[in-house]
Design a protein around this ligand. Structure first.
Ligand code: FES
Length: 338
């Protein structure tokens, strides 16, 4: 499907545009738009400025290579936290610089040492913040890639202005230091707006399985002739589920990768894990735990059992009559022996 007209011009309330060419056989929904307010028009222009790709794509490729080692990927993706690392780190930098700006404005001479210290905390925090952000950005395409690039430019400019502010303070020119810090906060606000747009409008970093529930009761999804090592995608109460037999046991995970929605049933399987075909997130079949980012949240995992020659699945329960044949895994989630 291809829509040629400007979405806002055709119908400002409900227009979808689909573009091709994001990856092999992939399509991406640009957006559904309502009336645009505030900076939304500017943001939409950034999303549609394809010239940005000429600069952003080679850098994305380079960043992708740098974050490929598993320990680096896991650390920067926030696997140890269970959700993305970048948003938490932004709070450190924005908070420190914001407080420094307040002290600069109304703190007087007594607050100057505290303002300088906060400036330094913000600069130190900006480095891991930028690295985790680059890691997240390296998986984006199209509109998200472009907005992410401008977001990174704005934040790099803000960092430069704050470093320059620190230099001027160290030289005793506090007035220029305060001006540079204030300018840095202004640019940072633009970067923060674009970061919010990426998360809350474009859904970057959002767990794509967050609204999936799966069947609360045992639901038959497949005849029990599942071949070892051959993944099957089934639908259970509207939730796509990957069913896979490994070492004689049937496992069931949400089929849509929580990172960006990749089809896990088209992934690769090894050592009791499935690796997503899109960005190589790897999940344990037994409990959905992440063994390799960029996904950070565990993949929803379902109990399985065989009844009357059919494989059944359901959402794990904390109690009930089926507990006897459940196997508790090391991450505390459960699946049943078949
Ligand atoms: S969609 Fe990105 S790793 Fe699966």
């Amino acid at each position: 499907m291809k829509l040629d007209a400007d979405p806002a011009a055709v119908n400002p309330c409900r227009v979808f545009r689909v573009v091709r060419g994001i990856g092999a056989g992939e399509e991406a929904l640009i957006t559904a738009r309502g009336p645009e307010v505030g900076m939304q028009k500017t943001t939409r222009r950034i999303e549609q400025t394809e010239q940005i790709d000429a600069v952003a794509k080679p850098i994305r490729k380079m960043v992708g290579r740098m974050v490929r080692p598993r320990p680096v990927r896991n650390l920067l993706s926030g696997v140890f936290l269970g959700h993305p690392l970048h948003p938490g780190l932004t709070d450190v930098t924005i908070g420190a610089w914001g407080m420094a700006a307040v002290l600069d404005a109304i703190g007087g001479r007594d607050a100057e040492p505290a303002a300088d210290l906060l400036m330094k905390v913000g600069v130190a925090g900006a480095v891991p913040t930028a690295l985790s952000g680059l890691n997240d950005w390296s998986d984006t395409h199209g509109p998200e890639l472009r907005v992410g690039w401008i977001h990174a430019l704005a934040n790099s400019t803000a960092l430069s202005l704050h470093v320059a502010s620190l230099v001027m303070r160290a030289r005793g020119d506090r007035r220029t230091g305060r001006i540079l810090g204030g300018a840095g906060m202004g640019v940072l606000a633009v970067g923060a707006y674009l970061g919010g747009h990426l998360s809350f409008v474009r859904g970057v970093g959002v767990n794509r399985t967050a609204w999936q529930q799966g069947p609360a009761e045992w639901t038959a999804v497949l005849d029990d002739d599942l071949v070892e090592g051959e993944p099957v995608r089934v639908d259970a109460d509207g939730t796509p589920i990957l069913v896979y037999r490994y070492e004689g046991r049937a496992y069931a995970l949400a089929a849509m990768c929580g990172h960006m929605g990749g089809p896990l049933d088209e992934g690769t399987f090894a050592d009791g894990c499935v690796t997503c075909p899109w960005h190589a997130s790897t999940f344990r079949l037994a409990d959905g735990g992440v063994t390799r980012g960029p996904a950070s949240a565990p993949q929803p995992c379902f109990e399985t059992r065989v009844r009357d020659g059919r494989i059944e699945v359901r959402v794990p329960r904390a109690g009930g009559g089926e507990r006897a044949d459940l196997v508790r895994t090391r991450r505390g989630m459960v699946h049943s022996a078949t």
